[in-house]
Design a protein around this ligand. Structure first.
Ligand code: SAM
Length: 200
């Protein structure tokens, strides 16, 4: 399980094109969420961590969001993203460990979660919650999707339940929405929760 803590593990998957998690498109519930945001949101500071091929970042950029930061510790998908989006600001492409990001340097209005939480070692889930809360401004929000399923195979992805997530996030976030996503990608229909959590 410790291998998922290493950038090398993920980098090899990208190099071997063994990326079963990659939907090849912006996640439909996240696209729908982005589409209903007001124009005033376009300058907000947004974090997409564990972004991989980062279709959500590409979509935000295409829609005119100007302050989006992509974080991943595997260089391959970031290099690929930079080729696909040559006009995306390179200082917002951060090849680094999410857990090592300094909140003195980075503060975001909100963050998008898309198959990153399920990719980390489950023993680090509380660390994720704390680190995410630290990187958000007061009352900042975490929006995204969490798997609501127990996978039979050993992860990643690592599954979970609504009850577990409620307990883990409650110390640092108010849970505004945590419900079965009604507009998931067909391959994930019924197996993920849409979340909107507000940092305390
Ligand atoms: C399952 S993939 C999901 C990628 C993307 N969100 C998607 O849905 O296609 C998990 C991603 O998280 C990245 N990752 C895992 N642990 C990380 C960490 N501690 N810091 C930064 N990135 C990490 C991996 O390199 C990988 O790109």
């Amino acid at each position: 399980m410790d291998n998922v803590n290493q950038a090398k593990f993920w980098q090899q998957h990208y190099e071997q094109n063994s990326i079963k998690w990659d939907m090849g498109e912006v996640s439909p519930p996240l696209k729908a969420y982005i589409d209903q945001l007001p124009a005033s949101a376009k300058s907000e500071a947004i974090l997409v961590a564990g972004a991989g091929n980062a279709y959500e970042v590409g979509y935000l950029h295409d829609q005119g969001f100007t302050n989006v930061t992509l974080v991943d510790f595997a260089p391959a998908p970031i290099e690929d993203f930079a080729k696909r989006y040559p006009d995306f600001p390179s200082d917002h492409l951060i090849c680094a460990d999410f857990f090592a990001l300094s909140s003195d340097k980075y503060q975001f209005d909100w963050a998008l979660e898309q198959t990153f939480f399920c990719a980390i070692n489950p023993a680090r889930r509380d660390e994720y919650v704390q680190q995410m809360a630290t990187l958000l401004k007061p009352k900042g929000k975490l929006v995204g999707l969490l798997f609501d399923v127990a996978f039979e195979h050993e992860g990643p992805p690592f599954g979970g339940t609504k009850e577990e997530y409620q307990q883990r996030f409650a110390p640092y976030f108010d849970i505004e929405i945590m419900q079965t996503s009604y507009n998931s990608h067909p391959a994930r229909q019924g197996s993920e929760l849409f979340i909107k959590l507000r940092a305390k």
